[in-house]
Design a protein around this ligand. Structure first.
Ligand code: ADP
Ligand code: MG
Length: 164
């Protein structure tokens, strides 16, 4: 059994360099995890009206020993390394890492809310998570399992990963 807490992280973005940045982010997360599994890559319609560029999204499940806040800092650092700078909410971005679930922790602080508030409302998070869910049902709260049936009608297209 791998050590650490089970954590679900979404990786996404909507620039042409994003698929490459997502792969790098996954490799970096793998280096700090005792275990990692990755969903397919999804192409999804933009959300919030600030951009017309479609988004790439995937979800990873990892096991790691960092506290939630340290993990958030690591996610922000990975975004920065891959060229993300502070921009508009819902605007174009090369890479966005969000912590969707940290074990079964529920917290609301100024800088971190768990589970992530958008989880259960957005197809770009639901579809990849649903793919991995059969293996991790124990950490997904029951109210989310209902949402994961998916009422969101956003355009979504699934890709299998190309090995590099
Ligand atoms: P967004 O992800 O909403 O497009 P940002 O990536 O800029 O925008 O995140 C804004 C802030 O959301 C972050 O600085 C972080 O403090 C906060 N935040 C709250 N909960 C979470 C979470 N579960 N995962 C990632 N960021 C979170
Ligand atoms: Mg974010």
């Amino acid at each position: 059994m791998s050590k650490g807490k089970t954590v679900v992280i979404s990786v996404g973005g909507n620039l042409k360099e994003t698929p490459c940045a997502i792969k790098s982010a996954i490799l970096l997360l793998a280096r700090i995890s005792s275990f990692i599994t990755v969903s397919s890559l999804y192409l999804t319609s933009p959300w919030g009206g600030k951009t017309k560029m479609p988004f790439f999204n995937a979800v990873v499940v990892t096991k790691c020993s960092f506290s939630p806040i340290t993990l958030l800092t690591i996610c922000k650092e990975i975004e920065f390394i891959k060229g993300r700078r502070v921009g508009e909410v819902w605007g174009d971005r090369i890479l966005d890492l969000d912590i969707l679930l940290y074990s079964n922790l529920r917290i609301t602080t100024e800088i971190l809310t768990l589970p992530h508030p958008s989880l259960g409302r957005r197809n770009y998070l639901i579809a990849p998570l649903r793919e991995l869910l059969p293996f991790y049902e124990d950490i997904v709260p029951h109210y989310l399992i209902d949402w994961l049936i998916g009422k969101d009608k956003d355009y979504i297209k699934r890709f299998v990963w190309k090995c590099v």
